[in-house]
Design a protein around this ligand. Sequence first.
Ligand SMILES: Nc1ncnc2c1ncn2[C@@H]1O[C@H](COP(=O)(O)OP(=O)(O)OP(=O)(O)O)[C@@H](O)[C@H]1O
Length: 323
Amino acid sequence: MSALLEVTDLTLRFGGVKAVDGLSFEVREGEILAVIGPNGAGKTSAFNCISGFYLPTSGSVVFQGRSIVREVPRLWHSLRLVHLLQSFGFYRVLPSRVTKWGMARTFQNLRLFRELSVLDNVKTAMHANLREGFWSTLLHTPGYRRAEAACAREARGWLDFVGFDDDEELYVGQLPYGEQRRVEIARALATSPKLLLLDEPAAGLNFNEKQALMALIRKVRDLGVAVVLIEHDMGMVMELAERIVVLNYGREIADGTPEEIKADPLVIEAYLGVDDDGAAVDDTRLRTGAVSADAIAAAIGDGAGGASTPLPGTRADQEGDVR
Ligand SMILES: Nc1ncnc2c1ncn2[C@@H]1O[C@H](COP(=O)(O)OP(=O)(O)OP(=O)(O)O)[C@@H](O)[C@H]1O
């Protein structure tokens, strides 16, 4: 499988904070890749750089051979004109363009038009591709009406694909949270992506909804669309992802199959930190069996919708939260 997306040495600073620190990874065509890491590890910041919402401090992002992040000449840096130029669209590719190139995304906090109907929300994703001009739109010419009808048909097709079977004329704001998530995925798919980025798609979903979401993500992959998801539900990640990239403090600390990741001491340490003696859960203690990899993997994962079982005496146990 060839690389669809190549992220190289990506760095994003917020003042003194390095949210993303020299991150490099690639996404292959048609794969399901999970990006995991403790809270604040830089996952969403990386997504925002990749999809054109944030301008990284340095590094490159190449999607289907096209550069999303463009090198800014040193002169502009020294004249401190970088941000001014970028705000006018120079040296950057805007998110709308990235979407046209075939990358779609959803957000950690849903970004739907709550006052629009379900169908209209999905149609908005296709309007950018409508060829009808100003006058035909204003005059509602037969050509415009045909294009609109085709757009509505396609939007219904995507709603059907994601399993939305409620009333398409309801305002999105009237829908339960799980249904809104489906609509957001339908809207992303309506842009005909080659790569779909999902930011915590299972957040707030119950067990059955998570199961349905996993089935949907596999269905999307079967269309030939690569899916990259940020997710805290380790049960879901381990079951769904073909490959996992793990971040900690903005850096990649591991990249491998779910089995490799579960057994990786750095990953375990990143999630569990120190034990009650203040000692890091390190490789030696794992090898000697003082802490078993399986037990820690169970603590990292909470099953798709199930309850988590932190190890006694770990930070997760003390805080009551393994995210
Ligand atoms: N707009 C911002 N301004 C300043 N600092 C920010 C901003 N966005 C994120 N950060 C900081 O960057 C770091 C990475 O945050 P980010 O949200 O990318 O992490 P994350 O892995 O997605 O976390 P979570 O799993 O909690 O969503 C954190 O230290 C965060 O406080």
